[in-house]
Design a protein around this ligand. Sequence first.
Ligand code: COA
Length: 210
Amino acid sequence: MQTELMREDQSRSPKERLRPERSRTDCPILLSQRLVMRAPHEDDIDALAHLANNANIANMVARMPHPYTVADAADFVRRTRAGAIGKCVYAITKADNGAFLGCCGIEPHEDGRTVELGYWLGEPYWNEGYATEAAQTLIDMVFRTRDIEQIDARCRVMNIPSRRVIQKCGFQFQATGMVASLSVGGMVPVEWYRLDRKTWVSLKSWGGMR
Ligand SMILES: CC(C)(COP(=O)(O)OP(=O)(O)OC[C@H]1O[C@@H](n2cnc3c(N)ncnc32)[C@H](O)[C@@H]1OP(=O)(O)O)[C@@H](O)C(=O)NCCC(=O)NCCS
């Protein structure tokens, strides 16, 4: 599968091969105390397929198929490289050994003032503060480098850990609503939260939020 992707990459024109790098120029590699966040690549495919093939994850995010196969993982990596899934998708990896933990990213809204935050982690890595660390690092980068006013986040009403991550990042509750879930196969109730630039500035340091 990985060879297949490499072959496909080499068969593209020099202009096309450059496009993914151009689309990520405003998505720099991010470092935090325990994490390195970078673009997903072919070496992640096996770990991605293994960790993402989990209904406990798929049922909590909007667009993850379940079951999740190696072909789905390869397709995900190929489309993120092409800028076809969001404009800023990160692999969350451990700084000390490079292990792939999960993914996070931001998706711009059409209004040009808002981006939407998303994340998931492989179940073996839950409850160690990694999602909060990744989200706060990504949020800092977004507010420092982009002319946006606010970041939105949504979680299913039953998703206690994600709500806690959202709260630890300083988001404020806005409303409840419904969104489509691919793996559930219908609409599910969600809570909508927002972190605006003024609130982020007032937090100054994440030290008190962790
Ligand atoms: C949501 C998710 C990313 C959280 O990742 P994580 O690395 O475990 O998150 P953190 O460790 O940073 O924080 C989790 C918090 O939830 C709390 N928590 C977890 N399960 C809980 C429970 N059943 N009841 C109460 N609190 C709970 C943890 O104690 C922690 O809070 P604390 O730091 O105040 O103790 C992870 O569970 C996941 O990938 N879930 C499936 C996909 C998903 O839900 N993605 C988000 C979609 S909106």
